[in-house]
Design a binder for this molecule. Structure first.
Ligand SMILES: [Zn+2]
Length: 102
């Protein structure tokens, strides 16, 4: 966990709450808002569809990922999925490389 300090009371005691697709840090001592913490793309919550609504991107199967990229209009969600596909390929490449070098 990173070090965060409350701007109001200087407490270092904080908690993180989920707000849609954001993590927000609040002071545990006085309740003040401290900051937004970026969520990694693998933990982006997919917001549409019957099957995968509310699921993190890293739990979504490849076939659905590819289906979205092929069938969605060019909107932010499609861009998000393309971004995730690239990221996922990078992660898999890293895992393979580690296996080879071990
Ligand atoms: Zn505080």
């Amino acid at each position: 966990m990173q070090q965060l300090t409350c701007p109001k009371c200087d407490s270092k005691n904080y908690e993180i709450k989920m707000r849609d697709n954001h993590r927000v840090a609040y002071c545990k001592n006085c309740g003040a808002y401290i900051k937004n913490i970026p969520v990694p793309i693998s933990e982006f919550i997919w917001p549409v569809g019957k099957k995968f609504k509310g699921k993190m991107l890293r739990t979504i199967p490849d076939w659905y990922m590819d289906w979205v990229i092929e069938n969605f209009e060019d909107d932010n969600l499609k861009k998000k999925m393309i971004e995730w596909k690239k990221e996922k390929e990078k992660i898999q490449l890293k895992i393979w490389n580690e296996k080879i070098t071990k």
